[in-house]
Design a protein around this ligand. Structure first.
Ligand code: NDP
Length: 338
């Protein structure tokens, strides 16, 4: 089949490209700027004309994806801002929401053979705001209302976490509203994939730890700097999945008929940052253990996420923390980052 992947230069997207190309798919990727292309073309040169790129400079414009979607069989939408620097929540909410609606609208109008659109959402759209402490066991039935309310009432003063969480919540909500609005008329269905923080080796272009994407940069900061306090290192609330599992889960959701119309949590496990520090230290003793007194084996996580649907519906399996850490460390070492 022929697949469109938006935001094709991102951390998760490049792993998706790799897996899709390995499996023989034709992939068309969209990027914001020409700058992203030389690296990607070189990385995937052996796939020749099975991979092509289209520049979509502004995903928020009506019709931005009109050309990109033509001739495709399915679409994976990953392009969305992920950072904690927005002043006004609109800065991050608008590209997330308008980008999602814009790609759906382009498919509706210009790509009659598309069977499925997968939206890369997040547990951001499920959890109960950035500062909730639980206890809660969350599943696909849950929606994050708290972050949206926080942005509506506090505006610029809202917690940075809530601005990002609201952007993902509102984007996914907009996708389901779109489906509802065009019920009976659409030739495609929608799947939302809801991962937590994504860790694991990188394939995309990143030349220094400071330029890692937001999730890996947090992990880097915990393991290789002393910038996280003991309180941060032991605060529950972390949830993660390996990037390679996520790519496989997304592709499985593309192939599974029954996934249509569903949200699916693709999440390995809960964590505290010190659990990653300890895992890294155990693999490479030159990495200091910041809290040797901390019992990593008996951490209580008041908020947990139910990944049953991913296992039952997608046959999802999960890489464990030790393997993920080992593979990341090997890569960071190879890059000369530590
Ligand atoms: P990256 O930052 O590596 O990739 C983000 C991608 O989105 C890039 O292609 C980027 O393009 C593009 N993008 C960002 N802002 C805009 C914008 N305003 N307009 C157009 N394109 C934009 O992050 P990830 O790979 O981690 O994230 C990809 C997706 O996965 C996002 O939707 C994110 O919300 C979601 N996700 C990520 C998680 C994680 O822990 N990493 C967890 C859950 C969900 P450019 O390089 O040009 O900026």
């Amino acid at each position: 089949g022929k697949l469109l992947v938006s935001g094709a230069n991102g951390y998760i997207a490049v792993w998706l490209l790799q897996r899709l190309l390995e499996q023989g798919f034709f992939v068309r990727g969209t990027v914001r700027s020409e700058k992203s292309l030389p690296y990607l073309k070189k990385l995937f040169s052996k796939y020749g004309d099975k991979l092509e790129f289209v520049i979509v400079a502004d995903i928020t414009k009506d019709g931005a994806f009109d050309e990109a979607v033509k001739g495709m069989d399915a679409v994976l939408h990953t392009a969305s801002p992920f950072h904690y620097q927005a002043s006004d929540p609109k800065e991050i909410i608008d590209p997330a929401v308008l980008g999602t609606v814009s790609i759906l609208e382009s498919v509706r109008q210009h790509a009659p053979q598309v069977k499925r659109v997968i939206i890369l959402s997040s547990i951001a759209a499920i959890m109960d705001g950035a500062t909730s402490t639980g206890p809660a066991h969350l599943s696909e039935k849950d929606w994050n209302v708290a972050s949206v309310t926080a942005c509506e009432t506090l505006g610029k003063e809202a917690h940075q976490g809530d601005k990002y969480l609201a952007s993902k919540t509102l984007a996914e909500r907009a996708a389901w509203e779109f489906v509802d609005k065009h019920k009976g008329e659409l030739k495609f269905d929608v799947v939302a994939i809801n991962p937590p923080f994504v860790h694991g080796p990188t394939l995309h272009e990143v030349n220094s730890p400071e330029n890692l994407n937001a999730s890996l940069f947090s992990l880097w900061t915990a393991v290789f700097t002393d910038k996280k306090s003991k309180e941060d290192l032991t605060a529950p609330g972390g949830v993660w999945v390996d990037v390679r599992d996520l790519a496989d889960g997304i592709i499985a959701s593309l192939k599974k008929e029954e996934a249509g119309g569903q949200r699916i949590i693709v999440s390995a496990d809960e964590y505290t940052w010190e659990q990653w520090v300890r895992a890294a230290h155990n693999i490479d003793n030159s990495i200091p253990d910041r809290m040797p007194e901390y019992d990593v084996d008996n951490v209580v996580h008041p908020i947990t996420f139910d990944n049953t649907k991913s296992k039952e519906l997608l046959g999802q399996t999960y890489i464990d923390r030790e393997t993920c850490t080992r593979d990341m460390l090997a890569q960071f070492k190879e890059k000369g980052w530590y």
